[in-house]
Design a protein around this ligand. Sequence first.
Ligand code: 45D
Length: 149
Amino acid sequence: AVPATVALFKRLSVDDQLALLWYAYTEMGGSITPAAPGAARLQLAEGLLSQIKKMSHAEQLQVMRDLAANRNTAISRGYGVLSTNTKLAFWYELSVLMEQGIVIPMPPGYQPSSDVTEVLEAIKSLDFGQQITVLRNTVVDMGVDPLAD
Ligand code: 45D
């Protein structure tokens, strides 16, 4: 069930991938907060996050689209060297910053596409551990590995 769900995610458009992560966060947010000693891991992502915080909302959205689309940018390369859990912690922190209005929020009244709803339902049908595995497998392949050729 996990590989099938990850495959569904990877078939989503870039914007749908971002929307899916957002809804996964809003559904799981409560349960991952206590599990996120990601705070420690976030130090490794702090440089990237502080650069993103200084950007305009439009630039922030572009950075996230570039990550999901594996576009080769400085931020994508910085992301690529993070460990998988730090990548998760990085996305988690972006969601928190979105809620605080520091990072571009979801457009008001945003309606997820049926593709997004389908993947979200697939994720919801998994147990918590499997949900984390799906998320790990989605964020691990974002960005660019600067050591790959
Ligand atoms: O205008 O360290 C659209 C554990 C449309 C433990 C948009 C863990 C157009 C160890 C593109 C939609 C494994 C539990 C706009 C950690 C438009 C450990 C914008 C786990 C504005 C860390 C969309 C952590 C945007 C976990 C901007 C499970 C969307 C973390 C942005 C999970 C979406 C984190 C974002 C999740 C989603 C984070 C930032 C699910 C982030 C999701």
